[in-house]
Design a protein around this ligand. Structure first.
Ligand SMILES: [Zn+2]
Length: 280
């Protein structure tokens, strides 16, 4: 049986996503820039700062949080209630912190919130992963810089490609002709307050401009990528691989591996509930 390899919406081999932490006021400016350039992102927000009626200066107000969430270009995800160091907390306290955060964000946005970014690199261990799974969180991002474009095997250990400081350089490679048939994701993370502190908003503006000019990439939120890849995994194949059925609600794209004479390299689109013959 030949492999039927994932392609992102539109038949693209590449996807790109951004992830910004801490729910700070600079997220408003950043989200506006992203929207202008057709780029999507996930914003990871704590909830401790909304202890009184609204957040203190420096953070997103509840109104700004709702406005970002209402925009289809963006996803709001969890970042822990108190920005905690989970590795030094008992399991029950970790689970409790995650649930407070998730419930708060769902109440404020009126949307399902199932994504997460670890509050620090040291917040990941077996305990925090177990708590995430038990609280209904389906993916969680670490804060490291792998400089690669792999799709995660373990979605509760999603390792990004790079911090935004390295992104312009890495994007030069990503937008080029990448070898191999495997799909790839460039994942950029950071904090929008860094652009104020380092006085380098031009870094992200330049990168977003490059993104807007690169049209063979699917720009998506973290959750959209998670949902799409996991829908693709639900495809059903006949025993000899000659038919494929899409049982999901998503339109899915794939490409046949193998010899060009037998139809390899052709992008195949599968509508929801559709069954398609793969022997071309
Ligand atoms: Zn943080």
């Amino acid at each position: 049986m030949r492999s039927f390899v994932l392609r992102f919406p539109g038949g693209f081999k590449k996807a790109m996503t951004f992830s910004y932490d801490d729910g700070v006021m600079q997220d408003v400016r950043l989200s506006q820039l992203m929207k202008k350039h057709g780029v999507k992102a996930t914003f990871n927000v704590n909830s401790h700062m909304y202890r009184k009626t609204d957040a203190p200066e420096g953070y997103l107000s509840l109104e700004e949080l709702k406005a970002i969430s209402d925009d289809e270009n963006f996803e709001i995800a969890c970042h822990g209630h108190v920005h905690p160091l989970y590795t030094f907390m008992p399991q029950a306290a970790v689970t409790d912190d995650m649930m407070i955060n998730r419930k708060f964000l769902e109440k404020q946005t009126g949307k399902m919130v199932r994504g997460f970014a670890y509050p620090s690199l040291s917040a990941y261990n077996d305990t925090s992963e177990l708590s995430l799974k038990s609280t209904g969180i389906v993916y969680a991002r670490l804060a490291n810089n792998l400089k690669n474009f792999f799709i995660p095997e373990n979605w509760h250990r999603w390792e990004p490609s790079c911090h935004h400081n390295e992104a312009p350089e890495l994007f030069e490679i990503f937008k080029g002709d990448l070898p191999g048939i495997k799909p790839m994701i460039m994942y950029v993370w950071g904090h929008s307050y860094e652009f104020d502190r380092q006085n380098n908003w031009e870094l992200i503006e330049g990168l977003l401009e490059e993104c807007s000019k690169t049209t063979d990439i699917w720009y998506a939120t973290n959750m959209e990528i998670y949902n799409y890849v996991n829908a693709f995994k639900q495809l059903v194949f006949s025993a000899d691989g000659s038919f494929v059925h899409n049982p999901t609600a998503y339109t899915l794209w794939g490409v046949l591996d193998g010899n060009k004479k037998t139809g390899a390299g052709k992008i195949i689109e599968l509508a929801p509930s559709e069954t398609v013959e793969l022997h071309l």
